[in-house]
Design a protein around this ligand. Structure first.
Ligand SMILES: [Zn+2]
Ligand SMILES: [Zn+2]
Length: 209
């Protein structure tokens, strides 16, 4: 009979791990040197006093069926529907998985800081939510690692390279007005609706960051 433990410690350290914590585990893929990030669901001890952690696995974009895309940040993770049982000695350290909003507000991003905005179904490759806000002419969700320009008129965000600018030029601008907003011809007053085909939608324009 296994008994539930309220906490355990990482082997060779005095770092305490409890249910609800996020941990870095030995890579599942022996060819990868990236630790496997997981959420600890439960810690149990079997009748031979082996401590086992029940974990829910995070996936990295490159491990998903759709692969890594431009809008995926370096520290992006997907909370998968895969659970696993591992010996406590597979835990290498602890980490924090933030929401994207919190992650973007971090003053310093350490090696242990990650973020998650999607849940991921490992068998089908499906994401939840399947509709997210998109920006720029390329209709992409935001990548927190990428510098973007904000149009002072429409408040949309643009990648410098999507509007024919270098990042350096873009950083030196005091303000930016996108080509749609700076066109003063007699084109229709309403902009065409977003034609994103993969369920991505534009957020309503707002003054808030
Ligand atoms: Zn773009
Ligand atoms: Zn604009």
């Amino acid at each position: 009979m296994a008994s539930v433990c309220s906490y355990t410690t990482i082997i060779g350290t005095n770092k305490v791990v409890r249910a609800g914590d996020c941990v870095l585990m030995h890579p599942y893929d022996p060819t990868s040197n990236l630790p496997r990030v997981a959420h600890v669901e439960k810690i149990v001890q079997d009748d031979k006093y082996n401590v086992i952690v029940c974990v829910r696995l995070y996936y990295r974009p490159q491990e998903s069926i759709g692969g890594r895309r431009r809008f995926h940040g370096a520290k992006e993770l997907f909370l998968s529907d895969r659970f696993d049982f591992k010996s406590v000695d597979s835990i290498e350290g602890k980490c924090v998985v933030h929401t994207l909003r919190k992650y973007m507000k971090l003053e310093n991003v350490s090696a242990e800081d990650y973020y998650c905005r999607f849940q991921y179904q490992a068998a089908t490759g499906a994401f939840t939510p399947d509709r997210v806000a998109v920006y720029c002419n390329c209709e992409m969700p935001k990548n927190p690692d990428e510098f973007m320009l904000r149009c002072k008129e429409c408040k949309d965000w643009y990648h410098p390279d999507c509007v024919g600018m270098t990042i350096e030029d873009a950083r030196n601008l005091d303000q930016y007005v996108c080509s749609e907003c700076s066109t003063v011809d007699d084109s229709p007053a309403t902009l065409p609706e977003s034609q994103a085909s993969d369920g991505m939608v534009r957020p309503p324009a707002s003054d808030t960051k």
